[in-house]
Ligand binder design. Structure first.
Ligand code: HEC
Length: 187
C-alpha cells in the first residue's frame, strides 16, 4: 500500500513536472512567436513607411511640378495682359495726341484755308499760317459762339465748328500753329 502510494506520488510529480516543462516550452514558443510577429510587424511598418515616404516624395515632386507649371502659365498670362494693356494705353495716347487729332480735323478746313493755312479762305479770311495756338483758339471759340465776323462770313465759320468739342478746337489750334508762314503764301 505504501509502495503504491509512493509510485503514484512519483507518477504525479513526474506528470506535474512534465506538464510544467511543457508549459514552459509553450510559453517559450509563444514568446518567440510573439517576438517574431513583433519583428515582422516592425519590418512591415518600416516597409509601409518607406512606401509612404516614397509616395509622399513623389507627390511633393508632382505638386512642385504642377505649381511650377501654374506659375509659368500665370506669368505668360500676366505678360500677355501687360502687353495688351500697354498696347491699349499706347493707342489711347496716340488717339489723344493733339497733333494727330488736329491733323485729322483740319482735313475739313484745308479746302478753304489750304493744306498749310497759306490761303485766304474764299479770298476773304486772314492767313492761318503763322498764328499762335492761343490766338487761333480764341478766334475759333468766338466763331463757335457766334461772336466773330471779320469778313461777313462768321456764320459760315460757325457752321464749320458747330459739331466740334472744346478739346477739338484746342487740338486744331495746336495743329494749325505749326504751319510756317513762308510755305507758299501765294493766294
Ligand atoms: C467753306 C470755306 C471754309 C472752311 C471749310 C473753313 N473756313 Fe475758316 N474761314 C473761312 C472764311 C470765309 C473766314 C472768314 C470769316 C469771317 O468773316 O470772319 C474764315 C476764318 C477762319 C479763321 C479766322 C482767321 C483770322 O485770323 O481772322 C480761322 C482761325 C479759321 N477760319 C479756321 C478754320 C478751321 C479750323 C476750319 C475747319 C474746322 C475752317 N476754318 C473751315 C472759310 C472757311
Amino acid at each position: 500500500m505504501k509502495k503504491l502510494f509512493i509510485v503514484l506520488l512519483t507518477l504525479f510529480t513526474g506528470m506535474a513536472l512534465l506538464s510544467g516543462c511543457k508549459d514552459k516550452r509553450t510559453e517559450e514558443a509563444v514568446a518567440k512567436a510573439a517576438e517574431q510577429s513583433a519583428k515582422l510587424q516592425e519590418a512591415h511598418e518600416t516597409e509601409i513607411s518607406d512606401v509612404t515616404k516614397q509616395t509622399a516624395t513623389q507627390l511633393a515632386k508632382d505638386t512642385t511640378q504642377v505649381a511650377k507649371e501654374a506659375v509659368e502659365s500665370v506669368k505668360v498670362q500676366a505678360q500677355e495682359t501687360f502687353s495688351r494693356a500697354k498696347e491699349t494705353i499706347q493707342n489711347v495716347v496716340v488717339a489723344q495726341a493733339p497733333g494727330d487729332r488736329g491733323k485729322e480735323l483740319y482735313k475739313a478746313c484745308a479746302g478753304c484755308h489750304g493744306e498749310q493755312g497759306q490761303k485766304h479762305a474764299l479770298g476773304k479770311s486772314a492767313l492761318l499760317a503763322g498764328q499762335s495756338a492761343s490766338a487761333l483758339a480764341d478766334k475759333l471759340k468766338a466763331y463757335k459762339a457766334g461772336k466773330r465776323n471779320t469778313a461777313g462770313m462768321g456764320t459760315l465759320m460757325q457752321t464749320q465748328l458747330a459739331s466740334l468739342q472744346k478739346s477739338d478746337i484746342l487740338a486744331l489750334a495746336e495743329y494749325i500753329s505749326t504751319f510756317q508762314t513762308n510755305k507758299g503764301n501765294t493766294q
